[in-house]
Design a protein around this ligand. Sequence first.
Ligand code: ADP
Ligand code: ZN
Ligand code: ZN
Length: 748
Amino acid sequence: MIVKVAVPGPFLFPLDYRFDLSEGALPVVGGRVWVPFRNKQQVGLVMGLAEESDYQSDKLKSVLAVIDEEALFTQAHLEFLSWSAHYYHEPIGEVMQAALPKKLRAGEAVNITGLPVWELSEKGLEIQADAIPKNAKHQLALLTHLKSVGMAQSASQLSCVLESWRPSLKKFMDLGWIKESRGLCLPEMAYAAKPEHELNADQQQAVDAVAALPVQSFQAFLLEGVTGSGKTEVYLGMIDAVLKRGKQALVLVPEIGLTPQMVSRFTAYLQQPVAALHSGLNDAERLCAWQLVRTGQVKVLLGTRSAIFAPFADLGICIIDEEHDLSFKQQEGFRYSARDLLIRRAFDSKVPVVLGSATPSLESLHNVEIGRYHHLQLHQRAANAQLPSIKLLDVRGEKIQEGVSRPLRTAMQQHLQKQGQVLLFLNRRGFAPVLMCHQCGWQAQCPSCDANMTFHQSGTVHGHLRCHHCGYQCAAPKACPSCQSEEFVKVGQGTERLTETIQEWFPEQKVVRIDRDTTRQKGKMAELTEQARSGEADILIGTQMLAKGHHFPNVTLVALLDIDQGLFGVDFRASERMAQLVLQVAGRAGRAEKAGEVLIQTHHPDHPLLITLIKEGYGAFAEKALLERQQARLPPFRYQIMIRAEAMQPQDGLRFLSELKHALLAQAQLAQTKSGGSSAEVRDLDVWGPVSAPMERRQGRYRYQLLLQSAQRSDLHAVLGQVEPHIYKSPLSRKVRWSIDVDPQEMF
Ligand code: ADP
Ligand code: ZN
Ligand code: ZN
């Protein structure tokens, strides 16, 4: 027998291996095998079986061992994976890698022996709260929780309800207060109470629209509702209905939207366990969640991007929250869009798919316009909260100190006086984006990128420099390398500097900075957002991280300090992203009873985008933006594929792409002449480039790109598909790192 096996490597199709029937039971399709590969053993996934091979079968190598007796993936799921590989022009083995948890990629058994669970020992049960040091609130929380649930808890369960519990757990273990055992993944557990309120009319209508679909039918819905309008509640209502029919739900959320609070909110509402898949889990926890969903033991999976590949026993609905969010697009390696794959997956599974957002992508709005998606709208904020008023702060000619204008400083004072929280948004971390010599103008640049190094102060005397593009770091120079002067100017503001300034101005207030630097440590994000949520922090300063999903009930003033750069981006999606960001950040204001105010500092108060967005709202903005896209013949009216190449020698990348361009154009031409120019067969294809990437050199490599565009998605894929095998064979491909990006979201 011939076994078709997906193995990691540059192969678009599964590889053929022999299997001798005398050696035991035949491998199952959808299960794993060990195969020899380039003098090594590799885990591969069986994609199919055949009697014969296109290759000489005596040259084929044999399967070494069968790992799974039962299939991990159904035939339908394998087809979904193959389709994904085909659509993204990605080697099938790489897609398989993305679909398997790490432990399974390494060949471990799928049976889970149980994860560690912890409960109070006899000694621990006798410990009273007053035995815990006063300021050790995490320890107290852990003790109280374990006492109140009265049963062993797994890491995921603890993470649902507690912040940074691991250090406390270790401490209690050392004291002998806690005992560890191997438990089932899902011990019985008491769930927090289900919220009492009923859905409002808009929400109910949305839930009903999905429930009204005939079973076994696909339909896409765009759920559009301003921040705080109760979209999450709508998802929960929809999932509830699906669970009642015994089916499962897949919910995708952006990377930073998946908090323990979200998991416990789902658990409480649905009154059953919810599995989570995200980057914060260890490998055992990931495998556990994956396996529970696959076997149908858990009905709901909340996950980030890669959860799109998780197998389900009986999927009933697909949901994606904040569908416009860029984190759903993988930007390296296998460059898939989890949103687009989710739609395909729902289509294959004949189930509804719901895309939710306060600021839908232009792609999705376009799909509504052409009737492909149903539009569901939530018009108001739920729970009596009002939408904040948004004002432009014209800072032309204003006195600006450390990036903060005088009127903004006054507004901050007013809100703080009224016990409101203030959130300052600045999308640049570090202390200052440029370190410059005061005498000669020398600037600190990354040795391997065309970029300035960012100056960071934290924890050092002289500070250090970091390249935000390649990660290179070094100490800041004491003297200028060019003129030996010791006088430097730090140009521009980052969140680190802003925090220092604001703390100086408001010494009485607690200032909390939330960005990639302050949240690097595990558990730090949860700790800081908890300070923000509880009202312990008075002033919040942050980047994008702070902009999304969080519910900070006390924030009444939100200010965007520097958005002017975003108004003039080179990427044609810059204005869409800017609009989404502005409204998402603004959405953090006034989420509870207190009214919110949003101030946007700008030197361009007449900018048409800003005016439309603020005066008429996102819908009006999107309409205009779509019209512009149509006139400029850009997505979503046309389809794109970006091919990138980078090499140590600039001419290698350029030549690689030029050769590819010729091959593509020749192929398009060929298709045209073959069909005698009959219009149905003509390959509509524009090829632009090669041009250098906006940042030409990065990590020492010179980067170029080639953009393919067509009104016909099938044309684009057909032409590329025919040329593709030659790319793999090109001698230049050894010197060049290249990638294919289907439906690219960023033009760098
Ligand atoms: P979104 O996901 O659109 O940002 P949420 O679903 O998080 O909004 O809802 C915002 C707040 O309003 C939450 O605190 C939620 O509990 C509350 N809420 C939602 N729907 C209702 C409702 N029908 N009645 C009362 N409160 C609601
Ligand atoms: Zn100098
Ligand atoms: Zn760099």
